[in-house]
Every structure is written in structure tokens, then in C-alpha cells.
Write a protein that binds this ligand. Sequence first.
Ligand code: PMV
Length: 360
Amino acid sequence: MFTANDFIPKKYTSDITKGNFEWSAPSNIALVKYWGKKDNQIPANPSVSFTLNNCKTITKLAFDKKDFSDNFTFDLLFEGKPKEDFKPKIQKFLERVFIYLPFLKDYHFTIDTQNTFPHSSGIASSASGMAALAMNFMSLEKVLNPEMTEEYFYQKASFLARLGSGSACRSVKGNVVVWGNQANIKGSSDLFGVEFPNAIHKNFNNYQDTILLVDKGEKQVSSTVGHDLMHNHPYAERRFAQAHENLDKLITVFENGNLDEFIKVVESEALTLHAMMMTSMPYFILMKPNTLQIINAIWKFRNETQIPVCFTLDAGANVHVLYPENVTEKVLQFIQDELVVFCQNGQYLCDKIGDGAIAL
Ligand code: PMV
């Protein structure tokens, strides 16, 4: 397994002056949540996510060798137009990863990025965005070091994405991705995401995720602040232990396809994440009244129909509705009939489990 030192390149054997790459990278939805971190984006507990398929960022990276300079230079375009307010985040990312990508000051970059989901939909683009950028930098490094193995390529891409935004490391490769060291998952690491190593039951093939857009406004509390509030949180240690236990339960669920057990773990994780927010100091609430309306309607529908549909939440008010492919028609009808009224402007996005980043 690679260590952080393995990602510091020794010497490049090849060169290139100019060119471009383009990658798409998807968003992901955590089933066991990452909430709380140590220095250098090391997670306080392991997490696991479904990679999404339709919600993604597409980023083109053009590079042009420049004269020696001690600065990073880059232009940033969002949907084809210069976007100055995204630049500080990218600048910070470049500073963080410079020791792992020492060529970054040798080129002028043009980063041209767009999302397939509506801007300001309340869906965070940091996971897909940082993953897409990391893939592009790895493509350039692969030209400079053609001997690089595929395993190194993907693990370092995930490692770099993590330094941009923690959950981004789960948006690189695989349908089901684990991030964080877990005793019972072979190859799992705090440094990067890895594909869940065992076979996954067919009940999860093409698993569906319909994202209900409840509130598209800016979050009042960023996830950076939220993670920080887990330091000295009264329930932190118990919560971190619980994440390990829940991941153990999902190992069994992925093997036997038990959807009742899946639902219990996933919904409990979502509510625990929000419980941690509500019990932080200062405390905060990211759910909205309509988030709770939707949760209650899902519970009622599931009770009445026995259809194994459940919800999860990320750090916001939107609701991810998760269900197996064979009940898609019935669940979409239910969403139309009973849940759309709780969505802002009736908006929702249909997604499903996907494979990860793609070179375009
Ligand atoms: O990657 P960050 O720092 O934006 O944190 C994301 C945390 C959650 O989305 C709430 C949970 C997760 O594991 O994705």
C-alpha cells in the first residue's frame, strides 16, 4: 500500500511543453458519513459512498510551459467565463499539493470547468470538482513519468483530491468507495479512497438516487466549520466508534443484499450526522421543515407498500432518495405525487450509482 511519501515524485524522465486534458468526475453520496477530521484532511472515522453517475463536473486543463517563476499561474473559467471567486480555493489546493506535483510552477494552466447539475442547486460541487482537477494533473504527471502504474495513478489522484476536499477522494474510481482505515476492509486507507474490495450483491446493481432539491440557498454553516466542531464535541468519540460499527454492518449487507438492514444503517447515519450538528457548540440545524416532511412521507410510504426506499442527507437540507432499480417506476410515481410539493420550484435530479472519473 502507498504511503504519502510514495506520492512525492523522485525525478521525471520525460517532458512536454504544451497540451490539454479533459476529465469528468462524479459526485458521490456517503452511506456512512465522514464528519470530523484531523490535520491534513485525515478523517476521524472511515466512510463509504455510492459513486453517482449523472451529477458530475467536467474539467479541461490546458497547460503551457513558462519561464521559471516561483508562483502558480492559472486562469479559471466556469462555464466558459472567468470566475475570480473560485480562484482562492484552487490557489490553496495548488499550495497543498505542490510537494506531490513539483511541476505545478513550470506551467501556466487554464482550468475550464462546468457541472452537469444546475449551479446553486445546493449540491456541493467540491467533491466532483476537486476529483476532476486531480485526474487532469495526474494525466500530466503520467506524461512526465510514463512508467507510472495504473494503481499509482488512481490512488494518487484520490490522494490529491482528498487534499482539495475530503469527500472528493471517493469520486475517483469504483461504484462503492471506502475512505478511512477500517480493520475489516482490506486496503482501506486514511490517505485515499479505495473500491470496496468484495463482491457486491446484485440488489445494489444500478441502485437509484433521486435528489430532492429542498433548499438551494447557501448553507449557513460550511462543512469545514462543521468538521471543526467535532473537536471537543461531547459525543465525538462514541460517534467515531459507531461509524466503524456501521461500516461493519454494511460489509455484511453488501454481501447478502439485506435491504432492511441497509435502510436501518443508512437512515441512522443521516440522522446521526445531523444530530452531531445539533449537539455541537455552537449548535446548528441544516434540515428545513420540508426535509422532515419528506422523511415522514417516505416512512409512511415504506410502511404501507413495503417498498425498500430510504433517505439519506448530506450537510444540507436536500434529501437523497435511495432505492433498488426494480422499484423505480413506483418510487418515481410516489415522488411525483407526494414529494415534489416539498421541493423548491418542484425540482429534483434523477441519478444512480456510477463508475467514477472518465477521461474525455
Ligand atoms: O468533503 P467535505 O469536507 O465537504 O465533507 C463532506 C461531509 C459529508 O458530505 C456531510 C459526509 C460525507 O461523507 O460525504
